[in-house]
Design a protein around this ligand. Structure first.
Ligand SMILES: [Zn+2]
Length: 509
């Protein structure tokens, strides 16, 4: 269904109440896999990080990674969950070429953590998100479909399988149905995933790189006629891999389902694929019921019974809560509520924090991440964190500005260079010959020419309309092709046009 043939979002919201459910898979950043000693690094040659256990060869026996259990418990505690006194792994049986054992070792009716909650802020309002469970499981391998236009299996000539990812520990965090968000449903969905990501960064349990798949979101959406009606049939849009896509996918599904229902149709319970390029979802497989998986307890792994004292020790290692963290950062940075929300909404809270830690002022850190870098990330369809520009480099660029060596316009050229991989900010400044002209004679002459060329503006400045000086500064900057020191130009203009009255502060200088 193309976007054009859908009812508008506003129409959909007039007729239906959306209900969300979010399942987030987090890859833990353990050194080794969940049940074997294979390394977990991203980007290795295909099938270079495998062994009999993660390949599911006959007779191979799993050994549980203690660090993975520790991380799962800490995630559960941070989400205010109850940690199971005893729980087990289960086999989830299904065939998929990228899953060599023909079952996934997961948790079914005995998750390690359950019955939690967390809160997200949207537009100054707090939404409580109930967490049904956080359970452990292993990741599958990856199929690569070759020869088709879309990279999907349809139209492909053949497929390749890479088992490097098979057996990497995951925690799946599942919410209860999220109701009462109304028109903000897509924004709340995005805010929740952004909030989880911040939380996981603070816990230091995952590198949470959405573009590498270490944080993946399945978004369940259903519609009902009103807040008191029973829940409608839901669809599950799989593996949405950016915050922006989470918002767009939920919004699209609301419009699509409203169109189907409005035409007298019924929504099919199914998984769907999100298409970043066209902004639509298309049907995947019809959704299996739990009984289709023939779950049974994993016989090769002993039950997990985390010692109560150990759980309490882990509770002590939790980072400050999101609210405390938010309040601490806001107080330290001196940002308004709106500025904080803008930073968080752009997925830049940690980036701004790290840029400040690297020496930039809060205002400068916010400025670059929310303007130029956010725009470039948006153009590339990635999160700001995925840009090849580090917080340290942003701080270095700002330091060059503060030292008067480059101006804001040149900083943008430096960012171009950083994105193109041309070296450090210092190297790019040297290679491109970027230098602010602060030669007094050259600047003074340019200022005189600007005053002569704009007598009306100069008269206004003389009459005390200091703001009018902007037009003169602009003229000088244009003549100097953006390479003038704007602050010094303003001083030179003032020294020529602003009359110093006796007794004023200026006269005493
Ligand atoms: Zn292995």
């Amino acid at each position: 269904m193309s976007v054009a043939s859908l009812v508008s979002y506003e129409q959909a919201l007039e007729r239906y109440d959306p209900v969300l459910g979010l399942e987030v898979h987090v890859e833990l950043d353990t050194v080794s896999k969940m049940f074997c000693g294979c390394p977990t690094g991203f980007g290795a040659a295909p099938n270079a990080q495998v062994c009999p256990v993660c390949l599911g060869l006959p007779g191979a026996l799993p050994v549980l990674n203690e660090r993975a259990v520790e991380s799962a418990i800490r995630i559960g505690l941070a989400l205010n969950c109850t940690v199971a006194v005893e729980c087990r792994f289960a086999r989830k049986n299904y065939f998929y070429p990228d899953m060599p054992k023909n079952f996934q070792t997961s948790q079914y009716d005995e998750p390690i953590a359950f019955d939690g909650w967390t809160e997200v802020e949207v537009d100054g309002r707090s939404y409580r998100i109930e967490i049904e469970r956080a359970h452990m499981e292993e990741d599958t391998g990856k199929s690569l479909h070759v020869g088709g236009a879309t990279g999907r299996i349809h139209g492909a000539h053949h497929s390749l399988v890479d088992y490097n990812r098979a057996g990497i520990p995951l925690v799946e965090i599942v919410t209860r149905p999220i109701v009462g968000t109304g028109a903000l449903a897509p924004v709340v969905a995005r805010a929740y995933v952004a909030h989880l990501r911040e939380l996981l960064v603070a816990l230091a349990v995952s590198d949470v790189r959405m573009e590498q798949g270490s944080l993946r979101c399945d978004a369940n959406v259903s519609l009902r006629p009103g807040p008191d009606a029973p829940l409608g049939t839901r669809t599950e849009t799989k593996n949405v891999n950016s915050l922006r896509s989470v918002e767009r996918a939920v919004r699209y599904e609301i419009c699509r389902q409203a169109s189907v229902l409005g035409d007298g149709g019924t929504v099919t319970q199914e998984t769907r694929h999100w298409h970043e390029d066209t902004g639509i979802t298309t049907p995947g497989r019809s959704k299996e019921q739990a009984e289709d998986y023939r779950y049974f307890p994993e016989p090769d792994l002993a039950p997990i019974a985390p010692d109560a004292a150990w759980v309490e020790e882990l509770r002590e290692t939790l980072p400050e809560g999101p609210r405390e963290r938010w309040a601490r950062l806001q107080a330290g940075w001196g940002f308004s509520d709106l500025e904080m929300r803008d930073v968080a909404g752009a997925g830049a809270l940690v980036l701004v924090e790290q840029t400040i830690a690297a020496g930039a002022t809060p205002a400068a850190a916010k400025k670059w991440w929310l303007s130029d870098l956010a725009r470039r990330a948006n153009e590339q369809g990635v999160e700001p964190a995925a840009l090849p520009v580090s917080p340290e480099q942003v701080a270095q660029v700002q330091a060059l500005i503060d030292a008067g060596r480059i101006n804001d316009k040149m900083a943008r050229t430096v960012f171009d260079g950083l994105l193109a991989g041309e070296g450090t900010p210092e190297e790019i400044v040297v290679a491109q010959g970027l230098v602010v002209v602060s030669d007094e004679t050259a600047l003074g002459a340019a200022v005189d020419r600007a005053i002569e060329a704009h007598p009306d503006v100069a008269a206004k400045v003389r009459d005390g309309k200091v703001a009018a000086a902007g037009a003169l500064i602009g003229a000088v900057m244009k003549e100097m092709r953006g390479q003038a020191d704007a602050a010094r130009v303003r001083e030179l203009i003032n020294s020529r046009l602003v009359t110093v009255t006796p007794g004023s502060d200026l006269a005493s200088q």
